[in-house]
Write a protein that binds this ligand. Structure first.
Ligand code: ASP
Ligand code: MG
Length: 419
């Protein structure tokens, strides 16, 4: 017997038929003798609709009321899921965030979970009931409904799993796991059997959209094993007897659980990256702060940063990347930045960041150089390079992005065998 939290995303609960299908996955786990809690998203498209309604009502609106509105999507699916489960003969009831309760701070629209009282859920699960919890929401200490930010129900699920000390948290979605790269770009991409929290974190933040980054951070901090799996599988045949965590999909777990560490586990791509270069800024303490402070104040998220060693001892060049959509704003902010002196500012949109990620990089030399070689062989020019312990990233022209991903995927032996 295991204790499992099962989370269903928007596409998995998009209509009654899908909810019924998802409920059959739940019933399978219950019938197998497991204790189960369910966490649900809103039906796909619903949250967008609710957000738009708020904006239509008033472009500048009270975020506490925004939360009251957008949290309602999850309440609908939680109730429907319980109805359907009952119809299948599974004892179930729904819980809105405040009923659990899931406590959050009062940063409306992007609240953080501060604690979950496991008592109600624990009791239900031990009695063989399936509590169905609304994802994405909680209650502030002022008693107001809060939401966690878009994609937040993954984080809800992980937090619930940690609170009830679940053996694992199964994230049911519209893909059957985490892939070595986007299969739409590289048709020979493979599903990973296992991937470490750290690799997943890099991949999630680099644009592999399966899991909200915050949920992976939380899972890593709390040691919650995650399984990313498809809700579209046949519910009666969806558990893999051969896999030691009992399920199909990709297990996201501690590095220690992964015997054979790949040097490179995945190749990721983020498009629409703009680069900005400041030439001949003064080379003295405080200059980097003068550049990046105003950008941060304007809520512009900066990604790669490269600063040159100065050759005249007085000046240096700084280049960084930001999303294309922030390019014009960043140029404006820097041109108006107080006390920032430079000779010229230039930049362009339309870059792509390609990264190779793998925990094996820690102990293997030469990953960066082999990456550069593989790109050179395809005649692809590298504009910027950054590295971290388990990742090497390059900025290239967007035009060559797909070619680069495929080349690296093949180069690092990630292609699945031809069938
Ligand atoms: N329904 C929310 C959203 O669309 C939360 C979630 O699905 O994770 O962002
Ligand atoms: Mg989601």
């Amino acid at each position: 017997m295991a204790r499992i939290v099962m989370k269903f995303g928007g596409t998995s609960v998009a209509n009654i038929e899908r909810i019924r299908h998802a409920a059959r996955h739940v019933k399978r786990e219950v019938d197998a003798g497991n204790e189960v809690a369910v966490v649900v998203s809103a039906m796909s498209g619903k949250t967008n609709e609710l957000v738009n309604w708020c904006t239509d009502a008033a472009p500048m609106h009270d975020t506490r009321e925004y939360d009251a509105v957008v949290a309602s999507g999850e309440q609908v699916t939680a109730g429907l899921m319980s109805i359907v489960l009952q119809d299948l003969g599974v004892q179930s009831r729904s819980y809105a965030g405040w009923q659990v309760p899931i406590h959050t701070d009062d940063t409306h629209g992007s609240a953080r979970i501060t604690g979950i009282d496991p008592h109600n859920l624990d009791e239900r699960m031990s009695d063989g009931w399936v509590p169905v919890v609304t994802g994405f929401q909680g209650i502030s200490d002022k008693g107001r409904i809060t939401t966690l930010g878009r994609g937040g129900s993954d984080t809800s699920a992980v937090a619930v799993a940690a609170a009830v000390k679940a053996d694992r948290c199964d994230i049911y979605t519209d893909v059957d796991g985490v892939y070595t790269t986007d299969p739409r770009i590289a048709p020979r991409a493979r599903r990973l059997e296992r991937v470490s929290f750290e690799e997943m974190l890099e991949m999630a933040s680099l644009g592999a959209k399966v899991l909200q980054t915050r949920s992976v951070e939380l899972a890593m901090a709390q040691g919650v094993r995650l399984v990313v799996r498809s809700s579209f599988d046949d519910p009666d045949a969806a558990n893999a007897p051969g896999s030691d965590w009992g399920a199909t999909g990709t297990l996201v777990c501690d590095e220690d659980e992964i015997m054979e560490k790949q040097i490179v586990s995945g190749v990721t791509l983020a498009k629409a990256e703009a680069k900005v270069t400041l030439r001949k800024v003064k080379d003295r303490p405080g200059v980097a702060a003068a550049v990046f402070g105003p950008l941060a104040d304007a809520h512009i998220v900066v990604d790669m940063i490269v600063q040159n060693i100065s050759d005249d001892g007085a000046h240096t060049d700084i280049t960084f990347t930001i999303p294309d959509s922030e390019f014009d704003k960043a140029m404006r902010v820097l041109k108006a930045a107080p006390g920032l002196e430079y000779e010229s500012i230039s930049g362009s949109k339309g870059g792509a960041k390609i990264s190779v990620v793998g925990v094996g990089m820690r102990s293997h030399a030469g990953v960066a150089s082999s990456m550069f070689k593989a790109l050179a062989d395809k005649g692809i020019n590298i504009q910027l390079i950054t590295t971290s312990e388990i990742k090497t990233s390059v900025l290239i022209d967007e035009e060559y992005a797909e070619l680069a991903v495929r080349a690296l995927h093949t180069y690092y032996g990630l292609d699945k065998a031809e069938d």
